[in-house]
Design a protein around this ligand. Sequence first.
Ligand SMILES: *[C@@H]1O[C@H](CO)[C@@H](O)[C@H](O)[C@H]1NC(C)=O
Ligand SMILES: *[C@@H]1O[C@H](CO)[C@@H](O)[C@H](O)[C@H]1NC(C)=O
Ligand SMILES: *[C@@H]1O[C@H](CO)[C@@H](O)[C@H](O)[C@H]1NC(C)=O
Ligand SMILES: *[C@@H]1O[C@H](CO)[C@@H](O)[C@H](O)[C@H]1NC(C)=O
Length: 268
Amino acid sequence: MPSYSQRSKRRILIVVAIVIGIAVIAAIAIPLALRGGDNDDEDDKKDDKSRNKSEAVTGSQPNDCFPEAEGNPSQANETVCQSRGCRFDANATKSPVCSYQDESYRLKVTDISTNDHGFTVKLEQVGSAPFGGDVANWIFRFENKGENVARFTFDTEDGNRYKVPKTMNLQSHSASSPNYDVKITNNESFAFQITRKDTGTVIWDSASVILSNQFLQAATLLPSTYVYGLGEQKHETLRHKLTKTWPAFSRDQPPSFDVRHYILPTNF
Ligand SMILES: *[C@@H]1O[C@H](CO)[C@@H](O)[C@H](O)[C@H]1NC(C)=O
Ligand SMILES: *[C@@H]1O[C@H](CO)[C@@H](O)[C@H](O)[C@H]1NC(C)=O
Ligand SMILES: *[C@@H]1O[C@H](CO)[C@@H](O)[C@H](O)[C@H]1NC(C)=O
Ligand SMILES: *[C@@H]1O[C@H](CO)[C@@H](O)[C@H](O)[C@H]1NC(C)=O
């Protein structure tokens, strides 16, 4: 496992964990025209000073194998943690108390093929999925949908998994010279990066991919602490405070603090 603590302190992560049986479909429109995040180093530094580091460390991390503890280490159960093939360390400060181990679960790249719109990667599960519902083979598809739009999807080989019946208004032809680069950064434990070409900023820095029948996680480290509009909850400031876990998906319940609400799908 790479050591996340070695990364720049101002990088934070976003974890999208979906616990319902749908295919992961993600399309990110890369805000290449909006460079706000790149010019805000001073604000970021100030922000980092005031942020409570110990809270940040116990918050949701890409290798957190006990997400239901919601960042509260005392809620993580050693027996349950180990039954998931994860490592338990009650005194961990730089990583979650219960963390995923590549030796127990990973997705290995077995084939890469390119096409007119991007490329397709065949993935094979090695080990056992931490939450059960093992699926042996997955397909990762990357599509260039224009200069500023990169789309990636995970699906099974038969393509039979449920997909949200929504037509996305994406351009059908690829840009010959998109403003981003994409590359696979690890074949043994699948990971990839999307980089803004002109500044080299890593916009999507794949940190942990877990794909099973009902537990799907795609995590990325972000290049900026400026995050807005993630999911639908009450918050005191428009900009998300990154010392806590923000639910990304809505749930059928009325508004109050620290809970997800009904109606809106994820927007970020
Ligand atoms: C930071 O968080 C820890 C753990 O929640 C707490 O003990 C500590 O008092 C906090 N420090 C500040 C400066 O808020
Ligand atoms: C941990 O989980 C196991 C299995 O569900 C349970 O028997 C045990 O009591 C739990 N331990 C704690 C400290 O909650
Ligand atoms: C964790 O800390 C406790 C209390 O400080 C100590 O008794 C225990 O041995 C430590 N465990 C490990 C695995 O280091
Ligand atoms: C992954 O495998 C491909 C195809 O075999 C190879 O071209 C690429 O360099 C590998 N990437 C890494 C990070 O090992």
